[in-house]
Design a protein around this ligand. Sequence first.
Ligand SMILES: Nc1ncnc2c1ncn2[C@@H]1O[C@H](COP(=O)(O)OP(=O)(O)OP(=O)(O)O)[C@@H](O)[C@H]1O
Ligand SMILES: [Mg+2]
Length: 475
Amino acid sequence: MIQIGTSLARKKFEKRWFPLRYHRKQQQLFRSRTRFIGVPAGRRSGKTELAKRKLVMSLKELKPWGDPRYFYGAPTEGQAKRLAWKDLISMIPQSWIYGEPHHSELMIETKFGSTLHVVGLDKPQRIEGDAWDGCVIDESCDIKPKTFDLSVAPALADRLGWCWRIGVPKRHGVGAQEFKSFCEKADKDDDPDEACFSWPSSEIQPAEVLRWYQERMDARDYAEQFEATWQRAAGQVFFAYDPDFNDRACSFDPHKPLFVTCDFNVDPMAWVLFQETDEIVEVFDEIWARDTNTQATLDVLWNKYGEKMRSSIHFYGDATGKGRHTSASMSDYVQIATDKRFKSKGATVHFPKANPNRSDRFAATNAMFCNAAGRRRMFIDPRVEHLRIDLEMRGFKAGTNEPDDKGDVGHPTDALGYAIFMRYPIEGKPDGESRVVIRTPGNGKGGNGRNGNGKKNGNGRKRVGRRIPHARRTR
Ligand SMILES: Nc1ncnc2c1ncn2[C@@H]1O[C@H](COP(=O)(O)OP(=O)(O)OP(=O)(O)O)[C@@H](O)[C@H]1O
Ligand SMILES: [Mg+2]
């Protein structure tokens, strides 16, 4: 009886480890020793299969410590269990397993001392507090933002562990923007700790299977799911932005006024930096930081650009208060206006008393990317990564004019829109009569008289705004 059982188990095991057809990218991925790998590959293209094989093979690897730890993570525990738990048990040789798999903890111990865990990353604390040797994060577009930065990466630090972030490159999903940003960076930069592997489903799945989907899905869904291409959001908010035309190298000139437009959300804090030449806006940098505050962001700005400035600096943001769409508070603006460093350069701070209609802000921004006459007046440097991704991915909820802002979506483009709406309003729209402007004296060196207020706007109209000569008057 035992012999039959054993041989059946062996057959089952061998069947499970069926040989994969050769695929160059899959091979490269499997052999890669790079620590952090993004795999935005097509649906049914072997991402999960390869990841499971990698985890199982790792269990036998010798380490200087006696308890190597690995996990397979998915957006929720239910999903992780469904996608991997039973399958991983069937993939580990019986002779490797120590005792019985721990079904309640979703953990398998091996005789080598290593353990394999299946975890839902909806509660990242499940992996915090332990040192890990390697992990897989599946369905990455649905993973809550920050999970990798705040929970996974620190947990891998002690043992220089590795992580595969895998998933279809979806345009929807709470983690879509973060996954895209990670993959694009890993693909482009030459950080030896990062790599990206991508391939379409057609290189793995037979043509007739794909034809079935092709006939049933719209072109954009198919391209995303099976061709593994990042698609722009349907009902894109910033439809006039076209990277082919609006992306170009933009440089910083310390002799020209600097415009800093801020979304004061704490996590992430998103500030966009631009300069202007003859009413052409060039966005040359951004500050994008997690769990931070206005003071820390001002420090970053000062160290990077403020010190070098030989001209004035102008801050823009949204209305203060506790409104649903408001993240700024009066103290943010007072903090900026009273910062001695920026005061010495001659700074102004601009914000509306009440927020404009959001669609007016979107319209003003779109008009700068491309107006009805086909003229493009706003350009983004390709390095301004978070803003560019947000411009491409921010979409409306189906059938509404409500932006579908999940996770980190919306903050960089909101930041950009605050200044653009005030500086380049569309003809006929109110241009900020209820605007508050805080002026700081400066040292006489800053500014060239073409700062935020009093400057002629794109329509040749002179702006009016309520001016408060000194921050103290705003209290
Ligand atoms: N190189 C290969 N040779 C043979 N079969 C393969 C190969 N790569 C993947 N497969 C098979 O393709 C199927 C889909 O694989 P898998 O579930 O890993 O895809 P996936 O990319 O994770 O899909 P999804 O996006 O739906 O999660 C599996 O049956 C897997 O064994
Ligand atoms: Mg999968």
